[in-house]
Design a protein around this ligand. Structure first.
Ligand SMILES: Nc1nc2c(ncn2[C@@H]2O[C@H](COP(=O)(O)OP(=O)(O)OP(=O)(O)O)[C@@H](O)[C@H]2O)c(=O)[nH]1
Ligand SMILES: [Mg+2]
Length: 313
């Protein structure tokens, strides 16, 4: 467990955890850059390495095409120059997805969190509450996962760690819990309310309907709420994440993403695949999760991520 104020909070701390987490990818990709000529075979190997890092077939092909062009136009000769060019390409691919929540939009600002089972919703909420406290925002949490007592308990622990209140009911209807929580957030004059929800698969139609109901309940308590609907994606889910984004967006119209577990066995390239899939209508990646501790949530920065992925940082 890393305590607040430790090196986990510093840039080098979380970046090194991100880099270690993406090691599997880095070994694959970085290995290709250790000497040798820049020829067609090298570019083919690079394309395969990108695909196996979850970047996706179409996106990998596009990146390699862009590289081929730059090699020609800029006369890149060494693999190291190509590595830097690739990192630049990935950074510019990802940068439209750099997004920040506008907290001045409403008070209280209501955030609803959704995602498949075990994606890291509750943990991310706990970390986000800490991040918001650091920005001098007052926060309230809503235990909208009423399926299991343990879920309520888990959110309460995060509330206690952050010294903030949690609105919960034993059992009952998640829509009623979030309705009460939005009303409480208004009455207490807090800056931000974050509502947790139970994990659900996009194929569980009744649970997706329930999510819509939870959303509507917030609008009843405060017209316009929730202001942010954030999908939590487990970075180790690979290409399956694309289907999750699509399904949750269809159901509740997402406003942003948090990608978790990038410190683990995640291959990281899935961020490029998601951003590419949403090129026409970019969906901001608000934060990335790089560990289980309270400070392990960082705003997404395309440049840093590309460097960590390709090994140029
Ligand atoms: N390594 C690592 N583990 C994480 C991260 N985020 C969450 N976890 C772990 O993932 C597991 C599931 O996290 P939860 O926050 O309970 O996930 P959830 O989406 O709320 O799960 P359900 O409510 O059961 O659907 C826990 O063991 C967390 O500690 C992360 O960024 N890195
Ligand atoms: Mg949970």
């Amino acid at each position: 467990m890393i305590s607040p104020g430790s090196s986990a909070g510093s840039k080098s701390g979380w970046l090194s955890r991100l880099k270690t987490g993406l090691t599997k990818t880095r070994v694959n990709i970085a290995g290709l850059f250790s000497g040798g000529v820049v020829d067609a075979e090298f570019l083919d190997e690079l394309e395969v390495a990108l695909i196996s890092a979850d970047v996706g077939v179409a996106t990998s092909a596009r990146l390699i095409d862009a590289l081929r062009m730059r090699i020609k136009l800029e006369g890149l000769l060494t693999r190291d120059e190509v590595r830097r060019a690739l990192s630049d390409e990935i950074a510019s691919l990802l940068s439209p997805a750099e997004g920040r929540i506008d907290f001045s939009r409403a008070r209280p600002l209501i955030l609803m969190v959704a995602g498949v089972n075990g994606a890291g919703k509750t943990t991310s909420i706990g970390k986000l509450a800490k991040w918001l406290s650091n920005q001098d925002k007052s926060v309230l949490l809503a235990a909208g996962d009423t399926f299991r007592a343990a879920a309520r308990e888990q959110l309460s622990i995060w509330g206690a760690r952050n010294g903030i209140a949690v609105i919960a009911q034993s059992g009952g209807d998640p829509a009623a819990v979030v309705f009460d929580a939005v009303s409480a957030a208004k009455a207490r004059g807090v800056d931000v309310l974050i509502a947790d929800t139970a994990g659900r698969l996009p194929t569980q139609q009744h649970l997706m309907e329930e999510l819509k109901r939870i959303k509507r309940a917030q609008d009843k308590a405060m017209p316009g709420a929730p202001h942010e609907i954030i999908l939590i994606i487990d970075g180790t889910n690979g290409q399956n994440a694309l289907a999750q984004v699509q399904a949750f967006d269809d159901a509740v119209a997402l406003t942003g993403l948090i990608i978790t577990k990038l410190d683990g066995t995640a291959k990281g390239g899935v961020l490029a695949a998601i951003v590419e899939a949403r090129r026409a209508r970019p969906l901001p990646i608000l934060f990335i999760g790089v560990g289980e501790a309270i400070d392990d949530l960082q705003p997404f920065v395309a440049r840093d991520f590309a460097d960590a992925l390709i090994g140029t940082g």
